[in-house]
Design a protein around this ligand. Structure first.
Ligand SMILES: Cc1cc2nc3c(=O)[nH]c(=O)nc-3n(C[C@H](O)[C@H](O)[C@H](O)COP(=O)(O)O)c2cc1C
Length: 197
């Protein structure tokens, strides 16, 4: 049950998505990951380029330890117990119908849309996600073998939430859905001048 308050017409799966750090360490089954990535791939993107890429590992597989080691130590401390660790990339260029390759303005925006759908789909299947940019990005590029032309955007874990006992005190206290700004602080009719300072 979410402690968040939202208009009753906001989809419950959106209200219920939040980012815990206590996970049960059980690998997300491949068939569930496939569904979650399929949902992510249904995101809209400019020219339908679909510039997102996902590189993942699950506990016990050949890449798990190396993937966790890419995270900053703080994130390693809790993300090591997740059920999957996913690095989210975007392709910075696209090739048009004329065969010309150029910068793709919206590559990060599009990858962000895909990540949001990933999180919502995972939530609907009883999982939690937790996005991270606390990453050693140089190490990520090397370990993941990411070529030039692709931006490493962020990482996320996916997993089943568990009781927070194993978390250190300062994290246990934060293990709850967080609040949000009132809509009027970030969405206004009209120009930028109408936004509150
Ligand atoms: C792009 C991105 C980067 C984040 N980086 C980290 C991180 O490195 N470590 C961490 O513990 N949480 C990280 N978070 C989690 C946010 O702090 C969290 O999503 C935010 O406080 C809102 O809480 P909620 O997701 O529970 O609604 C990140 C989230 C996003 C979307």
């Amino acid at each position: 049950m979410s402690e968040r308050k939202a208009d009753a017409r906001v989809l419950p799966v959106i209200v219920d998505r939040w980012s815990p750090r206590a996970f049960d360490g059980v690998a997300v089954p491949a068939e569930d990951l496939a569904v979650i990535f399929e949902a992510a791939g249904l995101a809209p993107s400019a020219f339908n380029v679909q510039p997102w890429r996902f590189l993942y590992a699950v506990p016990g597989d050949a890449n798990w330890d190396a993937f966790v080691d890419i995270l900053v130590p703080f994130n390693q401390g809790w993300a090591k117990d997740a059920g999957a660790l996913v690095f989210i990339l975007s392709q910075e260029t696209s090739t048009g119908p004329d065969g010309k390759t150029g910068p793709l303005y919206s590559h990060s925006f599009d990858a962000g849309s895909a990540w949001a759908l990933l999180a919502i789909q995972a939530t609907s299947m009883g999982y939690h996600t937790h996005g991270m940019t606390g990453i050693d990005f140089d190490k990520a590029r090397t370990v993941l073998g990411v070529p030039e032309g692709f931006r490493i955007e962020a990482a996320t874990v996916i997993g089943r939430q568990t009781t927070p006992e194993k978390l250190p005190d300062f994290l246990r206290e934060r293990e709850a859905p967080s609040g949000r700004k009132p809509v009027g602080e970030f969405a206004v009719a009209g120009t930028f001048a109408n936004l509150p300072a």
